[in-house]
Ligand binder design. Structure first.
Ligand code: GLN
Length: 452
């Protein structure tokens, strides 16, 4: 813990933490030492972890990257973090993120952007770490901690993992409890780990996962031995689906080449690549940007200046609401609340929201049919490497396109993992994604480990 706290000092300029908790880390490490001395070491005993500032942590400020929650100190602990502490892990702090997890760059945080520890060769410009869990990805890439937690609604674990050259795992929807995680789009949000190896990500997932009666969408399943699955790299005969529709224009040539290299690596390890079709892929992104804002507009209605964080007074209650929400939410969050409110309103609901839900069902069916022919899917994680800080900020659609490879699996609730698989011509890391069957993270981990 001390060694890692020193790393926090060294890399403070990355702006990866919103709150550091060195005292709590020392306290937890001491308790961990005592357990170890008694021979009671648990799964993650003494492992220092950083927590995305979207997970409620008892007695420690939780901001969701928003001004509206500044100063909010939860009186309870999220189930996922409680599970991690039970497994012996040690919290070093809360990491920076896009406001309410809405974004792909970390530039929408009220607390300022996070800097990617990687730079282009011979170019000193700051790059984004991806988002929304960019802080959690940067701290692992910079060796400030060996692991961290993130949440993935449409790619927020996998895309920053790819941008930062580490492993990011989004479990099946329902594998990890959402209780105590600040909600963005409840039918899509899913907590998961960041780590530097597939095996470490499996260990962390094992510590985070499990049924939780406090989350009605939590799956009543036992937690498998994920770490054992990650150690088993035997993929002889495993059928790896290559979805034809993911060969889209606009993907960097190097990423297409990396994808081909990944196919060859898995083939060399004994897997059998097969071409599959996911015909509704191109509708996933537009449907996501209806479903996610719709759910966000409903979830964020609770920030009214009465119950949480910021309050900006007004002459009456309505004006107080307006002042608080106007000052408390950033531009991207306001944009999504407006889109969401619009698509849910009478007269537009059938035209937009209902259509998007229908598309979602078709996307899930596409995957189901593809998985009759293969065991996992292999795709790129993102269409580009990390970009410069500030880029794409004036064009939300280009920003949204970052998630074109991660969103379809999110819409279907499937598990996905991003594994660092190479670098581009500037020396920046690139990732490949393995998508698994519902609740079959084990096969996904096995294929991911074969890519390392
Ligand atoms: N970038 C996507 C969005 O802005 C995904 C975010 C996420 O997964 N939390 O909605």
């Amino acid at each position: 813990a001390e060694a890692h706290l020193k790393k926090l000092d060294e890399h403070r300029a990355l702006n990866a933490f919103i709150t550091e908790t060195p005292e709590r880390a020392r306290e937890m490490a001491k308790a961990s030492d005592a357990r170890r001395a008694k021979g009671e070491a648990a799964l993650l005993e003494g492992v220092p972890l950083a927590i995305k500032d979207l997970f409620c942590t008892e007695g420690v400020q939780t901001t969701a990257g928003s001004h509206i929650l500044e100063g909010f100190v939860p009186q309870y602990e999220s189930t996922v973090t409680a599970n991690l502490w039970k497994a012996g892990a040690v919290m070093v702090g809360k990491t920076n993120l896009d406001e309410f997890a809405m974004g792909s760059s970390n530039m929408t945080s009220y607390f300022g952007g996070v800097e990617n520890p990687w730079k282009k060769r011979g170019d000193n410009r700051k790059l984004v770490p991806g988002g929304s869990s960019g802080g959690s990805a940067a701290v692992v890439a910079a060796y400030m901690v060996p692991g961290s937690t993130g949440t993935d609604t449409g790619g927020s674990i996998r895309q920053p993992a790819a941008f930062c050259g580490i492993v990011g795992l989004k479990p099946t929807y329902g594998r990890c409890s959402r209780w105590g995680v600040v909600a963005f789009a409840s039918s899509l949000d899913q907590p998961g780990p960041f780590a530097r190896t597939v095996e470490d990500s499996a260990l962390l997932l094992q510590g985070m996962a499990g049924h939780d009666p406090k989350d009605s969408t939590s799956a009543p399943l036992a937690v498998p031995d994920f770490a054992a699955a990650a150690r088993n790299t035997d993929i002889k005969g495993l059928k790896v689906g290559i979805p034809r529709e993911y060969r889209v224009e606009g993907t960097a040539a190097e990423i297409v080449a990396l994808w081909d290299k990944g196919i060859e690596m898995l083939r060399a390890a004994g897997a059998v690549p097969v071409e599959v079709s996911l015909p509704h892929t191109k509708y996933a992104l537009p449907a996501y940007y209806i479903v996610a804002p719709a759910e966000c507009s409903s979830n964020l209605a609770r920030y009214d200046g009465v119950r949480f964080g910021l309050r900006v007074p007004g002459k009456d209650l309505i004006e107080m609401y307006q002042n608080t929400r106007g000052a408390g939410f950033g531009k991207e969050v306001r944009r999504r609340i407006m889109i969401g409110t619009y698509v849910l309103s009478a007269g537009y609901y059938d035209a937009y929201y209902k259509k998007a839900q229908q598309i979602r069902a078709l996307i899930a069916r596409d995957f189901k049919q593809a998985f009759e022919k293969c065991d996992v899917l292999l795709t790129p994680t993102a269409p580009t490497a990390a970009f410069a800080a500030g880029e794409k900020m004036d064009d939300p659609v280009t920003m949204y396109l970052n998630d074109m490879f991660t969103i379809p699996a999110s819409m279907a609730g499937l598990p996905g993992i991003s594994v660092p698989a190479g670098v581009d011509k500037d020396g920046l890391p690139l990732g490949l994604q393995i998508i698994g069957r519902s609740f079959d993270e084990e096969t996904m981990l096995r294929a991911a480990a074969a890519l390392e």
